[in-house]
Design a protein around this ligand. Structure first.
Ligand code: UDP
Length: 294
């Protein structure tokens, strides 16, 4: 079924054609009236009612976060748009795009254009911070780690990615499902809210438009975070917000340190929001240090 929920999903659900008006009326009869949804269960049932919530959101969220949607901020499931037209895009922004040659190439080019930048990889910043002269420090790693977990660790969720590639012969039997040759599935992202251990399968070729008879799919398995793993997600709950606030206050006392990005501000931000945050911080610092060589 189509996702995010839209008119196509409703038609698949009914097994016949429908209209936006009919879907709107149906939703109005199913919605649970909640004025200010306080958590991820409320934000969804107040828009689509219990049946669609149970089918699309409840188990996916339990699998992804190991938490009941009731215990997660409304912003988590509230990220997902619900539409009564046929727009099935995940995001609400009018303009949506990926860097033409990917993020890796984008950063490579930014670095090539910035001769004053030294890039040091695979190094704990604590090992070099004393040796790198600086007036200002921009931290993009986890803020709890930066402060040596002095208030206790902030929780994160991680992911495990499993890749699988298929050649043209193997893809032949998928052609009916994918709808075209050279692809494994019909859309870039197919979600598995209920029955599998993974939450989704992504076939990025749909977005990149690469012309090749082979393809690669990636299964995403939610994973408990532990040091050494990638901290992909902050976990937005009232408790973690309170803990983060303690770290943020400590950070605010350091005028020469900026905290930027998903982990340093413990916010479930998308890439465009993170870029916006980085540009805003850059403007702030430019004003402050204008005319000084930093
Ligand atoms: N979600 C869900 N069912 C879905 C897709 C998303 O319940 O089919 C919920 C789930 O809690 C998920 C959240 O909405 O973590 C945000 O989804 P999104 O796809 O934006 O997550 P991300 O891409 O950041 O992993």
């Amino acid at each position: 079924m189509d996702f995010p929920i839209n008119l196509n999903t409703f038609e698949q659900f009914l097994g016949r054609d429908s209209t936006s008006e009919e879907f709107e009326a149906w939703l109005a009869s199913k919605r649970v009236p909640i004025e200010n949804p306080a958590n991820s269960e409320e934000v969804i049932v107040s828009q689509v009612g219990w049946e669609l919530y149970e089918k699309f959101f409840k188990n996916y969220t339990l699998k992804q976060w190991k938490k009941d949607p009731r215990d997660l901020d409304a912003s988590v499931c509230g990220r997902i748009p619900i539409r009564t037209n046929r727009d099935d895009r995940y995001l609400r922004e009018d303009f949506q795009a990926l860097p033409r040659e990917g993020y890796h190439r984008m950063f490579e080019r930014m670095l090539a254009a910035s001769p004053g930048v030294d890039l040091i990889l695979d190094t704990d910043y604590r090992d070099i911070i004393g040796k790198v002269k600086h007036d200002h420090l921009i931290v993009t790693g986890p803020i709890d780690e930066y402060f040596d977990y002095c208030f206790g660790p902030l929780p994160y969720r991680s992911l495990r990615f499993e890749n699988q590639s298929f050649g043209p012969e193997q893809l032949q039997e998928r052609e009916l499902i994918a709808g075209k040759p050279g692809y494994w599935q019909p859309a870039m992202q197919v979600n598995y809210p209920n029955d599998e251990e993974y939450t989704r399968i992504v076939e990025i070729k749909h977005a990149t438009g690469q012309e090749t008879p082979s393809t690669t799919i990636v299964r995403e398995y939610p994973d408990d975070y532990a040091p050494g793993k990638e901290a992909y997600y902050p976990i937005p709950t009232p408790e973690t917000a309170a803990l983060y606030r303690q770290y943020a206050e400590k950070g605010a006392d350091l005028p020469n340190v900026s905290f930027v990005g998903r982990l340093a501000t413990y916010r479930y931000y998308n890439m465009d929001q993170v870029v916006g945050m980085a540009l805003a911080e850059f403007e702030k610092l430019r004003e402050r240090y204008e005319g000084r060589k930093v």
